[in-house]
Design a protein around this ligand. Structure first.
Ligand code: SAM
Length: 221
């Protein structure tokens, strides 16, 4: 898989998957999109209500969401589990400058270890941040039921990956969440909302980052 580096409108970099023409983040701002969709809409409401949080990410990719999660969880312990079917090459990761984007912590070592740590095992990246990443296709992954508080659903778009935005996948995400758990995603397509509602989520449309009017937060009540 070949990828190239692109600078987005807020000056943060993203990658272009040259086979599919899909970007890893919004061209209107990679950092801004991650902050709005995953950190502000997903993570932040839990920071005052939970003593510790279990997060699952669909598509670890560049690690931007994991890095920003670390940056914004100074107070509570995090267990972060992620799947990634197409891990990025080391030379690509090295040119991503995401470690310069953090506001609360110095994250150079964290970002390096996020990518260099082994697959399929739990690794403590800090005393309060445990990572377990799986090199696998989500469709073949047995996600642990009733275990997660928050899911970052960050697949490529429905246009190129229709198999991931289905009722069947969202049912598995629903089962993986504890009661009160939340799934956040950048897509606000009608078909995505409908599929989420059909499997039991209560779906909210929230204001999106630049270039996107709405994004979704889906709750398991
Ligand atoms: C839109 S990108 C987002 C990546 C990441 N969250 C980030 O911030 O860089 C989607 C990611 O999902 C991964 N992916 C695509 N299909 C997958 C699948 N079936 N199972 C697991 N990961 C997949 C891609 O390789 C890519 O890293």
């Amino acid at each position: 898989m070949s990828t190239s580096l692109i600078i987005t409108a807020d000056q943060s970099p993203t990658l272009l998957n040259e086979q599919t023409g899909e970007f890893y983040h919004s061209m209107h701002g990679a950092y801004t999109e991650s902050m709005v969709v995953f950190i502000n809409n997903g993570l932040k409401p839990f920071l005052t209500s939970l003593p510790a949080i279990n997060i699952f990410e669909m598509g670890l990719g560049t690690g931007l969401n994991a890095l920003l999660t670390y940056d914004h969880t100074c107070e509570i312990p995090v267990y972060y589990e992620a799947v990634e079917a197409f891990p990025l090459k080391e030379e690509i990761i090295k040119i991503l400058t995401y470690n310069t984007l953090t506001v609360n912590r110095a994250c150079d070592l964290f970002f390096e270890r996020l990518h260099s740590s082994p697959w399929e095992v739990k690794v403590d990246l800090s005393p309060a941040f445990t990572l377990c990443k799986h090199r696998t296709d989500l469709l073949n992954f047995q996600i642990r039921p009733h275990y997660f508080d928050l899911i970052y659903f960050d697949a490529f778009s429905m246009v190129v990956q229709p198999e991931l935005w289905t009722e069947d996948v969202f049912r598995r995400m629903f089962l993986a969440l504890r009661p009160g758990g939340v799934l956040v995603t950048y897509s606000a397509r009608g078909a995505v909302k409908t599929a989420l509602r059909k499997v039991g989520f209560v779906v909210e449309r929230l204001p999106g980052p630049p270039g996107k009017r709405h994004v979704l937060r889906a709750k398991k009540s």
